[in-house]
Design a protein around this ligand. Structure first.
Ligand code: KDG
Length: 335
């Protein structure tokens, strides 16, 4: 009898202790949008985040996801967060440099050598430093997810050497650093929202675009592009942004749930992104794309052709930002 009483009292005490936390959780609906298809690893990340949220709120919250730029492109959706008319977006950092110029540091060509470096920088002090800048712009970055290392696809020829870029009409994200990088390679670069890329490639309004293998695969670019070359010229992070005005109406308990579950989503999304990268590369070749790697000698020439972009954009990004990034990378590399 005593054991039963003790158990009952323990259970009642535990339930009572949980009450304040649950009491601070209101019924809510979260709208989250993205520019890629739901079959992209971002879909796995959102599903994991949603499962975490439903569990932690005991079903009080609903997460509605919209794909393929259904709620507008990255910049449009991000502005909706700043005005408090949408809760969340998973967006590339690149189209947001007009809101926070320091984000341009992530667009510098060949900045990261591998995903381990990217994770260490994004999940460490540097990422927190950028998050503070975003908060000042009315955006809460809950976590850094992975867009990935970018590679060029085109409908003209394989990129085997630097000269093969000459005159190619390449779509780039709306960002002057990408624009200058591809112009330095000799291309005719055009900024364009992601949602317009497939049609522009299909109608031959442009010859080329650049994205990670999982995006090339899940956005079916293999249907309109014949060549894929492993340029690996930049690593783009995704930002799991939440509206600052809306975030401020959430209790501390609710805010912590958002952060914790966005991190759960991040870990799953990165895992699937890295697991699927080689699968997507095989898929697009199976679908008919001709894939090629580029010799170390030619990669050195390509890197040399774009290194001037760092100096050109140091002031717009912030010399302090670039110095901080370089110092953290040097520390990681044991330099
Ligand atoms: O929401 C993400 C997409 O819209 C886009 O950012 C993906 O890397 C991308 C690109 O090329 O625009």
């Amino acid at each position: 009898m005593k054991t039963l009483t003790r158990l009952t009292l323990t259970t009642a005490l535990a339930a009572t202790m949980a009450l304040p936390a649950l009491a601070e959780i209101r019924t809510r609906t979260i709208t989250v949008s993205n520019g890629v298809a739901e079959s992209h690893p971002v879909g796995n990340g959102v599903a994991a985040m949603r499962e975490c949220i439903v569990e932690k709120t005991a079903g009080a919250w609903t997460v509605n996801a919209f794909w393929s730029s259904a709620l507008g492109d990255d910049l449009t959706a991000t502005q909706a967060l700043r005005s408090g008319t949408q809760e969340m977006v998973i967006t590339s950092s690149s189209p947001l440099v007009g809101i926070e110029p320091a984000l341009g540091v992530f667009d510098l060509p060949f900045l990261f050598s591998n995903s381990q470096e990217a994770d260490a920088i994004l999940d460490g002090d540097f990422g927190a430093f950028m998050d503070e800048k975003l908060e000042a712009a009315g955006l809460v970055n809950l976590a850094y997810w992975e867009n990935g290392f970018r590679n060029l696809t085109n409908s003209v020829r394989p990129i085997q050497r630097l000269e093969d870029f000459d005159g190619m009409r390449v779509r780039v994200m709306q960002n002057n650093i990408f624009l200058d990088t591809f112009q330095a390679l000799g291309t005719n670069a055009t900024p364009m929202a992601f949602g317009e890329v497939f049609t522009a490639l299909e109608t031959r309004a442009i010859d080329a675009q650049e994205n990670p293998y999982v995006t090339i695969d899940t956005s079916k670019f293999y249907e309109v592009q014949g060549y894929l070359s492993a340029t690996q010229h930049a690593y783009t992070p995704f930002l799991a942004l939440f509206s600052g005005p809306i975030f401020n109406t959430y209790s501390e308990t609710e805010q912590q749930i958002l952060r914790d579950c966005a991190a759960v989503g991040r870990d799953e999304q990165r895992r699937v992104s890295r697991e699927l990268s080689d699968v997507s590369l095989a898929n697009v070749q199976q679908a008919g794309m001709q894939f090629n790697e580029i010799s170390p000698e030619e990669m050195d020439r390509i890197r040399a052709a774009v290194e001037g972009v760092y100096a050109t954009h140091a002031e717009s990004i912030g010399i302090d930002v670039i110095d901080r990034m370089q110092a953290e990378l040097n520390a990681l590399r044991g330099n």
